[in-house]
Write a protein that binds this ligand. Structure first.
Ligand code: EPU
Length: 336
């Protein structure tokens, strides 16, 4: 493993915040997680950082940041129908997408373009264009950092929900994910329920295929989301709020064009981007902190924004949406 002291994480967070941490540890092999645990690293202040695409650092971090860099993909089992693929936590999500494209494996094609590492994917159950990663996860493996016991959780045991899993609740700060085991289909099967995707296929006169879906989604994403290599941001800053049916019906009286999706337990998921846009925030800037002009769900650092400016912008957006709709937006981004 590599250990750095007083280390700037600027290159390790897509908001490009130039803050320092007391110690930064690159974990190069899954066995090193146990060594760290035995040295008590997980008993002191620490944070496990994947690709840094869902985090906003607001100040220097006084503890240890642990960053998996170990990679690897291994077929554990193959049948006529599917492949069980074990992927290391430090593998980049885009490498897994590349592998699936090369080997004609189906299931995660709609998740193309999502930044970050494979180990982070189950934590917030990444999702896009009608697909969530939970639909392809068989198991998640790692080490309990409180008991030092290895764990292997089945899909059902992960308690996946919209942008949610056991790793954000019962197991928060209690485990280190080392591997995700995916079950990927060998049969062609696509999810085309999402309008933006089917419209783009139609517009380009393309039949669904792994390559065509990949290309179309990347085009749609690039038209709406900032290029994180140029503009600091962390993708969707807020979760789409889920409200009771009665509240949704009440809101429809004043906002008949409210975008909605069915959610669990008869509830309704609203589009935070639409609420923010209706609250007048789309494209607005406070200095270098802004609400992206093509997708209001995304807060951006146009260059020199301080973390405090982003946090204050976030609060103003929450307050105004609350005043207008009585809905409280929750950040999806980890604010540290
Ligand atoms: N909308 C607006 N104004 C906006 C943005 C959106 O009115 O500024 C409306 C759109 O017209 C559309 C609806 O809201 O009817 C949904 O918008 P979009 O399709 O862009 O998706 P989203 O709900 O804003 C979610 C994910 C994204 C994912 C897209 C595509 C969350 C928090 N975000 O965004 O994930 O790429 O769906 O499936 O669920 C991410 O997590 O970083 C991320 C980008």
């Amino acid at each position: 493993m590599q250990i750095y002291e007083n280390y700037s994480v600027k290159e390790h967070n897509t908001f490009m915040m130039d803050v320092r941490c007391a110690r930064f540890v690159c974990v190069e092999h899954p066995d090193e997680v146990r060594q760290l645990a035995e040295h008590g690293v997980f008993q002191s202040e620490h944070f496990i950082l994947g690709g840094g695409s869902n985090v906003l650092f607001t100040q220097d971090y006084t503890g240890t940041i642990i960053h998996p860099v170990f990679k690897g993909m291994e077929v554990l089992e193959e049948t006529e129908d599917d492949v069980l693929l074990r992927v290391a936590a430090g593998e980049e999500w885009k490498q897994l997408q590349q592998y699936c494209l090369q080997h004609q494996l189906y299931g995660i094609e709609n998740l193309i373009g999502i930044p970050g590492l494979v180990g982070s994917a189950p934590v917030q159950n990444i999702g896009a264009y009608g697909v969530e990663v939970k639909d392809t996860i068989a198991h998640v493996k790692g080490l309990r950092t409180d008991t030092l016991q290895p764990f292997a959780l089945s899909n059902a045991q992960c308690n996946f929900g919209y942008r949610d899993s056991i790793f954000k609740h019962e197991l928060k700060h209690k485990c280190f994910i080392t591997h995700v085991i995916f079950r990927l289909s060998k049969h062609e099967h696509y999810t085309l329920t999402y309008k933006a995707l089917s419209q783009e296929l139609d517009r380009c006169n393309l039949q669904p295929s792994l390559q065509n879906i990949t290309d179309c989604i990347l085009r749609v994403r690039n038209s709406k989301l900032p290029d994180i290599s140029k503009i600091g941001c962390a993708g969707s800053f807020f979760q789409n709020p889920i409200v009771p049916q009665a509240q949704y019906e009440q809101l429809l009286l004043t906002t008949p064009d409210l975008v909605s999706y069915p959610a669990d337990n008869g509830r309704v998921k609203l589009s935070a981007g639409q609420l923010i846009e209706k609250a007048g925030w789309k494209g607005r800037r406070n200095g270098d902190a802004g609400v992206y002009d093509k997708q209001a769900l995304v807060l951006v650092n146009y260059g020199m924004a301080t973390p405090q400016e982003i946090v204050s912008l976030c609060q103003q957006v929450i307050d105004d949406v609350n005043k207008l709709f009585g809905v409280t937006l929750a950040p999806e981004v980890n604010i540290l």
